[in-house]
Design a protein around this ligand. Structure first.
Ligand code: BEZ
Length: 236
């Protein structure tokens, strides 16, 4: 019993390889993360097909799929429902649901069937305090090398903010590209944080560098043009 419980709460960790699995999806079989190497992937779970919050999320994500693709990011969904349920739900969304100006929405990214909960358990998506029969709303950002870079878990009642998922993706890509960190609420065009004194220059050198704005020895920012960020992270 104890062993069973621990299996349910296995959690992936940041900067470790995304747990590997093979699965059946609405777009054919996949081998994750191997099939996705070379691009970022957002792997996300939802509690159940034919439910309202999940429907609003799927429509929003499908509507943004091209925007994520331009940032070299693919989307993969999962719930513990079966393939035929997934297919029927996605068809209903396309044929019948109009929401916030979105209609005729076709979900083209793969939706994993996970009736056995094999994948959900590997990713800590089953959180018994919330539900032991449904996945919570989990989001994993997996980088082009198959490493988990960030994860967010939401309860069943809380629909995700897709602007924040996009912002987080661009911020991590920017951090990789320019060797910087991004402060609270950062958006492309805002100043970025440079590493602690000692990693590139002494505090005194930094204080004298007109490009760098040091609020104190441990907190220095510099400008990074929006165009430079977008050129680096968006595929043209
Ligand atoms: C929903 O997507 O609406 C939902 C799913 C499971 C529990 C609560 C809400």
């Amino acid at each position: 019993m104890e062993e069973n419980k621990n299996e349910l709460i296995a959690m992936p960790r940041i900067n470790e390889r995304a747990p590997e699995f093979k699965a059946v999806t609405t777009q054919g079989d996949i081998h994750f993360p191997n099939d996705y190497e070379g691009s970022w992937t957002i792997l996300f779970s939802h509690p159940a097909d034919f439910t309202p919050v999940c429907t609003s999320e799927f429509m929003t994500f499908a509507n943004l799929e091209d925007k994520f693709a331009e940032a070299n990011c693919k989307l993969v969904g999962l719930s513990v429902d079966g393939l035929y349920s997934h297919i029927a739900w996605l068809r209903t969304i396309k044929e019948k649901i109009e929401y916030k100006g979105m209609k005729d929405i076709e979900v083209k990214f793969p939706l994993i069937e996970d009736i056995t909960m094999n994948v959900a358990k590997k990713y800590g998506m089953i959180q018994p305090g919330e539900s032991d029969t449904k996945a919570v709303r989990a989001v994993f950002f997996v980088d082009p090398k198959g490493m988990i870079r960030a994860m967010i878990y939401y309860p069943l009642s809380l629909g995700r903010n897709f602007d924040e998922l996009y912002r987080a993706l661009i911020a991590m890509q920017t951090a990789d590209e320019f060797g910087i960190a991004t402060p609270a609420d950062w958006e492309p065009g805002d100043d970025v944080i440079i590493g602690p004194a000692g990693s590139c220059g002494t505090a005194k050198e930094r204080m004298e560098d007109s490009e760098i704005d040091c609020k104190d020895w441990f907190f220095c920012t510099k400008k990074l043009d929006k165009e430079k960020v977008l050129k680096a992270v968006l595929k043209k």
